[in-house]
Design a protein around this ligand. Structure first.
Ligand code: PRP
Ligand code: URA
Length: 204
């Protein structure tokens, strides 16, 4: 269920995101750009239905999207990935799950939740960093409990540990990531990674 983005532009953007010299203003644009590529990948198999339209010359049977979408960023860093989804899919519903990792234990604590109705929708969780997988698993647990049946996870950088944790807890959830990195360090940061995504996104 793991899909690693394979696109030269994705590799280019990722290298610039990883560069410690990239300032927040550029970092935000790069996060938007790679999230756009990932949004297209994670919706490649969306169902469509036929719709008849008339071109200026003749009638044709076209296709339109048939299934509603919801995107759920894990606050705070996930916010940096939402815009491509709302631009590409104007009818998308947006929910929020607020989770913050403890600096010592790396265990995520829930502090906020606001969700639209989820039944019958493809629900795409966005979080740039999949490290231990604790945050993603918690968010997926919440969404499942709230009625989501078709869940996807979209990340920018993933660690093997995080992928394994999500696969163990939610084996049916496809994971889309721009990079699968080597490992976690002792503080549960991804190596080589790109540092603290939220801090780099918002300049904290
Ligand atoms: C980061 C990141 C993920 C989480 C990943 O968020 O955005 O949500 O850590 O780590 P995990 O896989 O080990 O759970 P953080 O908790 O630092 O909060 P922030 O987005 O507010 O910076
Ligand atoms: N969260 C981040 O922002 N970066 C990591 O490497 C791990 C968790």
């Amino acid at each position: 269920m793991l899909h690693v983005l394979d696109h030269p532009l994705g590799a280019h953007i990722l290298t610039r995101l990883r560069d410690r010299a990239t300032p927040p203003a550029a970092f935000r644009i790069l996060a938007y750009q790679v999230s756009l590529l990932l949004a297209l990948e994670a919706t490649r198999d969306l169902t469509t239905r036929d719709q008849v339209v008339e071109t200026p010359l003749e009638k044709i049977v076209g296709r339109v999207l048939a299934k509603p979408l919801a995107v759920v960023p894990i606050l705070r860093a996930g916010l940096g990935m939402v815009q491509p989804f709302t631009e590409l899919f104007p009818d998308v519903s947006v929910g929020y799950v607020g989770l913050e990792r403890d600096h010592v234990t790396a265990v995520a604590r829930s502090y906020y939740q606001k969700l639209p109705p989820l039944a019958g929708k493809r629900v795409i969780v966005v979080d740039p960093m999949l490290a231990t997988g604790g945050s993603a698993v918690q968010a997926l647990d919440v969404l499942r409990a709230e009625g989501a049946t078709e869940l996807f996870l979209v990340c920018i950088v993933s660690a093997p540990e995080g992928v394994r944790a999500v696969e163990a807890a939610h084996p049916s959830v496809p994971i889309f990531t721009a990079a699968l990195d080597r490992e976690l360090n002792a503080k549960k940061y991804i190596l080589p990674g790109l540092g603290d995504f939220g801090d780099r996104l918002y300049g904290t």
